[in-house]
Design a protein around this ligand. Structure first.
Ligand SMILES: [Zn+2]
Length: 138
């Protein structure tokens, strides 16, 4: 079985899921998140061995986020808008949603929906990889 090299993959803050982390490859070294106040050992960072052709994992993540944003900005955004309207997260006149919607607020919610989706996907991917790894070791 081929092991993933240390450099293959994207590292994420275990607290907030941000890829903006400063770390060193040295075992037991200290890592720090630039997006929140997390600090800890480099080996507690989440590492997702994503397959990508980009220069680095951070770039891959930015592109992945961009893909998801275009999804949410298109047809996929419509059911989210209905949901947000129904539960009062955004307000708009039902007779004229397009003309009265607080677009800034809607975009803000869409952005965090996107972040949460990516974070959940990556965390699940880590779990799946661990399960497969453990299964293979038996
Ligand atoms: Zn963080």
């Amino acid at each position: 079985m081929t092991e993933f090299k240390k450099d293959d993959g994207v590292r994420f803050c275990p607290q907030c899921g941000s890829p903006s982390v400063d770390f060193s490859q040295l075992v037991g070294s200290v890592a720090q998140c630039r997006a929140c106040d997390w600090q800890g050992r480099s080996d507690s960072l989440l590492i997702v061995p994503l397959k990508h052709d980009f220069v680095n994992g951070e770039e891959a993540l930015v592109r992945m986020m961009g893909d998801l944003r275009s999804l949410l900005a298109g047809e996929v955004g419509v059911p989210y808008l209905r949901f947000l309207l129904k539960w009062g997260f955004v307000k708009a006149d039902q007779q004229n949603i397009a003309g009265t919607l607080d677009r800034k607020m809607f975009s803000r919610y869409l952005a965090v929906i996107g972040q949460a989706i990516i974070k959940a996907l990556l965390e699940e991917r880590v779990k799946i990889d661990l399960e497969e790894h453990n299964g293979a070791a038996r």
